[in-house]
Design a protein around this ligand. Structure first.
Ligand SMILES: *Cc1c(COP(=O)(O)O)cnc(C)c1O
Length: 233
């Protein structure tokens, strides 16, 4: 108890409370419903105990960018119920290891990966196609020009369902360049949804600790937030 008789908040509790307020304000400010936006806590480099604490604070979606780190933590956290998101690149030879844990894959970017997932899956797997909206050479993801062809190639691949698109904004970019990247993802989604009305491409995974408010303004449905919850890496 603190001197005023109230229970003192942990650093994570304080961080999460402030973050939730900002997400709510960003939704309210842009006419979005808070229920449309899923907060994914990106726990990379932090131990399983940190996930446990975040779970106690009500979080039920966790993201990792490396298969080995995710599977090790999953082992530690078998007693908890939550959804794993793989947000980093996935090598074909790691598909088998990740599949039992996978809730949503954010980094589908090529047909051979889709085929391997389909071949190994024992239940339906959901994925987002990662799009490189900033033309940065270092970034993975399909180029915008290749998106339609990839979606078409995925047709008829069993046990794999695409739910939408994912992108990473320009790192350290200003508001204009970040929002341009997010708006690009949204318009690609709208274009592909119109072209392929039988698909459900509702999800837009975009927005991190530094740019989530702009992502909400541009239509994000999944925020991937690490340092604002867990602290600096
Ligand atoms: C690390 C990471 C995040 C979270 O980054 P923060 O700036 O800590 O919020 C989001 N998306 C991807 C793909 C990441 O690798």
């Amino acid at each position: 108890m603190g001197a005023d008789g109230r229970k003192e908040m942990t650093a994570m509790q304080e961080a999460l409370e402030a973050l939730r307020d900002e997400i709510e304000a960003a939704c309210a400010g842009t006419g979005r419903s808070r229920e449309e936006v899923t907060l994914i806590a990106v726990s990379k480099t932090f131990p399983a105990a940190a996930i446990r604490e975040a779970h106690e604070l009500g979080l039920r979606d966790f993201g990792e960018n490396r298969v080995q780190e995710l599977t090790a933590k999953a082992e530690d956290l078998r007693d908890l119920e939550f959804r794993w998101h793989l947000i980093g690149p996935l090598q074909t030879n790691k598909v088998r290891a990740i599949l039992p844990h996978l809730g949503l894959l954010h980094s589908l970017d090529r047909i051979d990966l889709a085929r391997e997932i389909s071949r190994r899956a024992v239940r339906p797997i959901e994925a987002l196609i990662q799009v490189n909206t900033t033309a940065e050479k270092s970034k993975s993801g399909v180029e915008p020009e290749g998106l339609a062809a990839l979606l078409d190639a995925l047709e008829g691949i069993p046990s794999l369902t695409v739910r939408g698109l994912m992108t990473i904004g320009p790192l350290g970019g200003d508001e204009r360049s970040v929002r341009t990247a997010f708006a690009t993802l949204r318009s690609l989604r709208e274009r592909e949804q119109a072209r392929r009305p039988e698909l459900d491409l509702a999800a837009l995974s975009m927005g991190m600790s530094g740019d989530f408010a702009w992502a909400i303004a541009e239509g994000a449905t999944h925020l991937r937030i690490g340092s604002r919850i867990f602290g600096r890496r």
